[in-house]
Design a protein around this ligand. Structure first.
Ligand code: ZN
Length: 285
């Protein structure tokens, strides 16, 4: 696989009881960061994997019934924490971002999308189709705020389902194949079904040769993968499909047990967010 420079940015966080994401978890409120990937591709340029929260989330959830989304999973976005503002640390502006790869259309993953007007957008066709189905309330129940989807998205799309299939490195077994987004073997989108319609992760190789698997919401935490502990069925049944979710989580557990060297990043894992923060502090020191 062609190597890319892989970074992670935390764009806000939300709070909800741990038990909603982990069977047997605590009833008390826990912090769930919103992580996005910034991948510097040697040819394609800056690529984002999801966007985390953005000020646009708060504008989109001002009216009712969208306000309910904000009440259910209350987010916090510290000043300067949106991805578009954090790009400055890398000497980049939103106009420099060439691609945004979307794991799925939940609002906490696409809130910043409209800021990247010049980027092409890679996503699952099945995810976008589901996000467009039905009225506002149906979309909201599916975790989608349509105001966050750019009006010109159709002219900028590349669908995972239409990209060439490529074998993944053996370390990712039982995941066998991915969709080659750029056709150069650098970034492969891998379907991780169950969390929501059209939910995909991303595989790549970092500049240090390490293998990355950005698994979005296929697991809320690294602990859930280590212990193969899914959320209660009511969470997975409400958002997606419990049977598929558990099969995907089980496969991630098998992969991580057999290949602990693969760096797995769930979008909302506080443990991973802390490691990322420590690593970036080490780089700055
Ligand atoms: Zn989600």
């Amino acid at each position: 696989m062609r190597r890319c420079d892989v970074h992670f940015l935390q764009a806000g966080y939300c709070r909800h009881p741990e038990v909603a994401t982990l069977t047997g978890g605590s009833l008390s409120s826990a912090v769930f960061p919103a992580l996005a990937g910034l991948i510097l591709h040697p040819i394609e340029g800056p690529v984002l994997f999801d966007t985390g929260y953005d000020e646009a989330f708060f504008r989109a959830t001002d009216p009712f019934p969208q306000r309910l989304y904000r009440w259910l999973t209350p987010p916090t976005l510290p000043e300067q924490a949106s991805v578009r503002l954090q790009l400055k640390r890398f000497g980049l502006s939103p106009a420099d971002v060439k691609w945004v790869i979307l794991s799925h259309f939940h609002a906490d993953h696409i809130a910043g999308l409209r800021a990247f007007e010049h980027a092409r957008i890679a996503c699952a066709k099945s995810g976008l189709d589901a996000a467009r189905r039905g009225g506002v309330v149906r979309a909201l129940l599916g975790g989608v705020l349509r105001d966050l989807i750019p009006s010109d998205i159709d002219s900028r799309l590349v669908f995972f389902e239409e990209r060439p299939r490529t074998a993944l490195p053996g370390a990712f077994r039982p995941f066998a194949e991915g969709s080659d987004i750029f056709g150069d073997g650098s970034l492969l989108a891998v379907e991780l079904p169950g969390h929501s319609p059209g939910h995909w992760g991303l595989v790549g190789r970092g500049a240090d040769d390490g293998l990355h698997f950005l698994v979005a919401d296929a697991a809320w935490t690294c602990r859930a993968i280590r212990e193969n502990r899914s959320p209660p069925w009511i969470t997975t049944a409400f958002l997606g499909n419990t049977r598929s979710y558990r099969a995907t989580l089980h496969n991630l557990h098998r992969m991580q047990t057999d290949a602990p060297e693969v760096l797995v990043t769930p979008s909302h894992c506080a443990e991973r967010a802390a490691q990322i923060e420590t690593a970036s502090m080490d780089r700055r020191a």
